[in-house]
Write a new protein. Structure first.
Length: 605
């Protein structure tokens, strides 16, 4: 079925805008590719170092020119519950490679930050930069050039975007992403948030709060809310980097291990040495990127992807804009309600039909490009399935159900929860911003109230504790942009602003910083560009100025006369405290060279 006319039109304008960049990229990818194994260009010395620890049989195979070698890039560590399961993946992948007549080596590890551990802490100021550091680290691993395909073990917020940037920078190689799956459901996310608001109001103590948090985040696997990490899994499947049905299978299960083995074998099957050569740089094109954005809107995915998708697309020579993302939101309905956009978690989403049902519904109305390449072959229709195990422990796939397993979690495309994706770009005299309203009640889609200006999130939390915020106001939290301090997530603002909103006050947040993918119920205009540290208009706002945030009209305005506002001098603050401590001194070059948020807040372009 041809894609919906609006989807086709937006895709066509991305293709047109990207043409020179994309053609140069594809030329490089094709020139780098080779018919033989990539290690064939290495000297004997290079090769001997590369397979020094291999078995004699592996050395003999690698010395030859026919056996494909798989490079594993792993983001394993014990800090991220989502990545801890990866500790055992390399041996499983090596065994699968052997069974398939290939070899697999760990090409390198990459760092991975848990945004949950650093949330509200100085470490969060390294979070966004860690995406590009992860891309660099993965590039270091793959630069050994011993490999005919790569598999990526990464899930969370900045890790998948960084790994995709690396995979596309090595676009001559096939790349398969292998997920580890969500942790099993614990304390419901809305109950966790209720306890947090009680703690913010001083109605429960740390013991009760820690007990609730520990029951919510209780074991291996991705946190079960639909934040950036689980948005990443959705993206990897709908863009064709995952095997069909792989995203939301819990770790430590037979199906999970079978999917891991299958992915390793598939990666070896799509190298240049076989008959289904699928280099990542050609597999991912403008249609794949648009499919990712459609999935993001249909599921109420993380606002962080208004940064990451722009940076990921750019790595493949594709120029994506916030206007593209915003215009796609207008034509893609919301058909999944997963916390914070609902009460369900990703396990419920998977049980209700998951990715196979979602893709089937979106294809039904031509809202996805079906004519795309994936690691599984040609066409996205192949992903309208559920993965299961047969009696022999092999992965089999059954058609996704025609009906939703839970109509409160997954809706039919004909009867969506909202007619649009709710991830909008805002424009006005403060510059550009983005807002996600899929978790914001309709009566809060337009907020007009006096500004109260803060220069960090702790200031707001302290004002809340002093009882100074029981009023209608727009919190302006500035000097939180990429150049100022690495553009941290300001998710610790969610409980106090949520309490004030629940008390009936009209509140909103306006910031050049970010929010968590898990934030949602308070209207927030985020990623304001230009940022305060670049002299952006947000630096001219004063306490008491009336701010109007209109998510319906797509505008963000300070209601001050143009002449007066233009005549104001942007406030400048001393940011030297951001330059040292918890590793921030190591990222000074990133703060100096990082690009604007609407360009992906990247140090690469
Ligand atoms: O973008 C995201 O999804 C968030 O960065 C998420 O990964 C982070 O861990 C949150 O901080 C979790 O939520 P809590 O902090 O509420 O546990
Ligand atoms: S989802 Fe967030 S909190 Fe959970 S493991 Fe990943 S980065 Fe950490």
């Amino acid at each position: 079925m041809a894609a919906h006319s609006s989807i086709e039109a937006i895709t066509a304008r991305i293709v047109e805008r990207s043409k020179p960049l994309r053609e140069a990229y594809l030329d490089r990818v094709r020139r780098t590719g080779s018919r033989g194994p990539h290690r064939a260009v290495l000297s004997c010395g290079n090769l001997a170092h590369g397979f020094a620890v291999c078995s004699p049989a592996e050395k003999a195979a690698l010395a030859g020119d026919v056996v494909p070698n798989l490079g594993i890039i792993t983001a394993y560590n014990d800090m991220l519950s989502a990545h801890q399961p990866y500790e055992t993946f390399p041996p499983i992948i090596r065994e699968a490679a052997r069974e398939a007549g290939g070899i697999a080596q760990v090409a390198g590890g990459v760092p991975a930050m848990c945004d949950g551990v650093t949330q509200g802490q100085p470490g969060m100021e390294l979070s966004l930069f860690s995406r590009d550091a992860i891309a660099m680290a993965a590039g270091i691993g793959l630069s050994h050039n011993m490999f005919d395909a790569a598999v990526f073990l990464g899930i969370c917020d900045k890790i998948v975007p960084g790994l995709v940037i690396a995979a596309l920078s090595f676009g001559h190689l096939p790349s398969v992403f292998i997920p580890a799956g969500p942790m099993t459901s614990g304390l419901p996310n809305d109950e966790k948030s209720r306890i947090r608001q009680l703690y913010a109001e001083g109605k429960v103590g740390r013991a009760e709060l820690l007990e609730a948090e520990s029951k919510s985040y209780h074991g291996p696997g991705t946190c079960t809310f639909y934040g950036t990490a689980n948005s990443n899994q959705m993206l990897m499947e709908i863009m064709g980097f995952h095997m069909p049905g792989a995203s939301f299978v819990n770790p430590g299960t037979p199906l999970r291990d079978a999917l891991t083995k299958e992915a390793a074998k598939r990666a070896l099957a799509i190298t240049a040495l076989g008959n289904e050569f699928t280099p990542a740089g050609e597999m991912i094109d403008e249609r794949s990127i648009v499919n990712g954005i459609v999935g993001l809107h249909a599921t109420g995915g993380s606002t962080n992807h208004t940064l990451h998708l722009v940076a990921m697309a750019r790595a493949a020579g594709i120029k994506l804009t916030w206007q593209d993302i915003s215009d796609l939101s207008d034509v893609v309905p919301l058909i999944a309600r997963v916390y914070p956009n609902g009460l369900a978690d990703v396990n419920h989403f998977h049980a209700a039909g998951g990715m196979g049902f979602l893709i089937k519904q979106l294809l039904k109305q031509g809202l996805l490009h079906d004519d795309v390449r994936t690691v599984f072959g040609q066409g996205l229709e192949a992903y309208t399935v559920e993965a299961k195990l047969d009696a022999n422990g092999q992965v089999v796939r059954e058609p996704a159900p025609e009906e939703s397993g839970d109509k409160k979690v997954l809706a039919l495309i004909e009867t969506p929860f909202q007619s649009n994706g709710g991830l909008k770009m805002l424009t006005g005299n403060l510059g550009k911003a983005v807002i996600k309203i899929s978790a914001v009640k309709p009566e809060r889609h337009i907020i007009e109230a006096p500004a109260i200006v803060f220069h960090d999130q702790q200031e707001l939390q302290d004002a809340f504790k002093r009882g100074e915020l029981n009023r209608d106001f727009v919190a302006v939290v500035r000097f939180q942009g990429p150049k100022a301090n690495g553009m941290p997530e300001l998710h610790r603002l969610t409980p106090p602003l949520g309490v004030l909103q629940d008390r009936g006050f009209k509140v909103a947040l306006v910031t050049d910083g970010r929010m968590s993918g898990a934030s949602g119920k308070v209207p927030a205009a985020i990623h304001i560009t230009p940022e305060a540290s670049d002299g952006g208009p947000i630096a001219k706002i004063r306490d008491g100025d009336i701010i109007r945030l209109d998510a319906i009209a797509g505008t963000l305005e300070v209601l001050v006369g143009a002449a007066e506002f233009d005549a104001r001098t942007p406030v400048v603050v001393d940011l030297s405290d951001n330059e040292f401590g918890m590793g921030r001194e190591l990222f000074a070059a990133f703060r100096r060279n990082v690009g604007h948020a609407d360009q992906g807040a990247s140090v690469f372009a």
